[in-house]
Design a binder for this molecule. Structure first.
Ligand code: H2B
Length: 111
């Protein structure tokens, strides 16, 4: 499989930590994502449910593809029929637009 390119939109966007107002505004555009943690551990998180392990793993692999393409890697907690996806930007110890971009891309997998 060839390596997908990082999207220009994401690549060109500087990693700037969002302030609380911007975090709330961007979170409001997403469905099912919640804000968790505090300080450098702050993250956005969503739990996806599936019918079986195959579906769970297909989802995990699709998320990995997105993560690689955008050089942005979520924490994944994988269970039998569930996957918790957690994004933050460790380079800035906070949340950036890249977290919200990638969250929307992960959501689009099941749209
Ligand atoms: N993923 C996440 N979630 N946050 C980052 O700050 C981050 C990343 N930084 N993936 C990337 C890799 C960086 O370390 C590389 C060098 O581009």
């Amino acid at each position: 499989m060839t390596t997908p390119p990082i999207s220009k939109e994401t690549e060109n966007r500087p990693k700037l930590a969002l302030n609380a107002t911007a975090v709330v505004a961007n979170l409001a555009k997403l469905e099912g994502w919640t804000l968790n943690g505090d300080g450098p551990e702050v993250a956005i998180e969503k739990t996806y449910s599936f019918e079986n392990y195959y579906q769970t793993m297909a989802f995990v692999n699709a998320v990995a593809f997105i993560a690689h393409a955008h050089d942005h890697h979520p924490h994944l907690s994988v269970q039998f029929k569930r996957c918790v996806v957690r994004f933050n930007t460790h380079d800035v110890a906070g949340l950036t637009l890249r977290d919200f971009d990638c969250a929307a891309r992960v959501d689009a997998l099941s749209a």
